[in-house]
Design a binder for this molecule. Structure first.
Ligand code: SF4
Ligand code: SF4
Length: 215
């Protein structure tokens, strides 16, 4: 449908007077702002990694694949997350559940392989919104490092290990569980370590006994 000309607002480039064209008022304004911060004794500097940041509850970090109450991967290989992913960074290969195994009688499929490229991911959260069984979730782990691109490809085992290491962390993701807090969602403590992070023995942050406190 063509746009009605009366709905178009043409914006002209504003003209500058003599003083504005010298840019001096803008420079003085910038220096005044800098000066205000110099005398403002309310520091906003974050002392990471000595002090872990107090992340908002809706922070979206590294993924995890949840387990069901039988310990199996909860994912039913429906491909909804991979379809919803705008970065196309989820690769899933589905496999039929073994029909002769009573442990899998309630499943048609499960993921034979499930890989997320954590470098391609933009951490938008669309995957966990799309998941019908609350299997994929984004944790609050942000200190993710790797020496190679290969290390940043998280396969099923690694994603399940993130679940194993974060399920009791006290910071259960809040976007799933039909939008309600899970029973593990006590936000009084942050996990002291990102499970996907290799930590050197002499890393002081690794010795933190409680969130944000390094001794
Ligand atoms: S958080 Fe967004 S970009 Fe990352 S895997 Fe999920 S849907 Fe894809
Ligand atoms: S993680 Fe969820 S949305 Fe993705 S394939 Fe598995 S069940 Fe489907």
């Amino acid at each position: 449908m063509p746009i009605d000309p009366k709905d178009i607002e043409w914006v002209e480039e504003p003209s500058m007077n003599f003083w504005e064209s010298t840019y001096l008022p803008a420079v003085v304004s910038g220096l005044r702002t800098t000066g205000q911060h110099v005398v403002d004794f309310n520091p906003i500097t974050e002392f990471y990694p000595e002090q872990k940041p107090n992340l908002p509850l809706h922070y979206r970090g590294v993924h995890r694949l949840n387990r069901d109450d039988k310990g199996r991967v909860k994912c039913v290989a429906c491909m909804m997350c991979a379809t919803a992913c705008p970065a196309r960074c989820i690769e899933i290969v589905a496999q039929d559940a073994p029909k002769d195994d009573p442990n899998w009688a309630d499943r048609d499929k499960f993921p034979k392989s499930f890989v997320i490229d954590e470098l391609k991911c933009i951490y938008c959260g669309m995957c966990e919104e799309a998941c019908p069984v609350d299997s994929i979730e984004l944790t609050n782990i942000f200190d993710l490092t790797g020496m190679t691109r290969q290390e940043m490809l998280f396969d099923k085992e690694k994603l399940l290990s993130v679940f194993d290491q974060t399920k009791d962390s006290g910071r259960d993701p809040i976007r799933t569980h039909k939008g309600k807090l899970g029973h593990a969602s006590d936000f009084s403590e942050l996990p002291t370590l990102g499970p996907a992070t290799e930590v050197r023995p002499d890393d002081r942050a690794a010795k933190a006994e409680s969130a944000g406190v390094i001794k």
